[in-house]
Design a protein around this ligand. Sequence first.
Ligand SMILES: [Zn+2]
Length: 225
Amino acid sequence: MLNALSTSAPSEVSPPTAVPTTPAYGDPNDPRLGNLQDISCPGYFGHVELACPVYHQGFIDMVLKSLRCVCYHCSSLVVGDISNDFKVKKASSITKRKTRLEAMHNTLRNKAGKQCDHCGRHQPPAIGGTGYGDLQEIVKDEDARKLGLDIAWAKPEWLVVSVLPVPPLHVRPSIHAGGNTSEDDLTHQLINVVKSNIALKDAIATGAPYMIQERRTAPLRSSTT
Ligand SMILES: [Zn+2]
């Protein structure tokens, strides 16, 4: 599991809106990502900073279960004192982390519509969009531990993609045949990600209406996951 900070350490890739014919700085075949002719070098990762965090398909179940256990408004566990609730106390004492998250989720998910013990506000009936403070801190560290998550290796916000790693050229080599050059499917997908990311960034920067931003967020989500 990587956090956004470590993922963004390599150079940022900001490809143009079409497959480039010659490598250039900032495109998906950026020479800084590696040289295909040099078999002694495996290449280097780049990154794309996404205009909004995107759920990762592989971790959506864990994120959803974590979100259902915390308050929509203050990101604290909806139950204030675990020791006062027999079922929650029993679930939080389970040693196996995965089983603990499952048990905590089964116990706390029924709190939808009820009041949070911390802020006193009611929980929405369903989770939607990018609430939860833009998913930057969806679960507090101390609560993540109670849920069975290991914050040293997998903080809840790391399960959401905010910086997308761009694999080296050696992972997605171009194919040269009959005088033509064809790009790998992964390169085409990366271009789709960047095109939709640029469109959403523009919409946010120009203060476009919420509906327009939502419409531009959908392609980013689908192309990233
Ligand atoms: Zn609350």
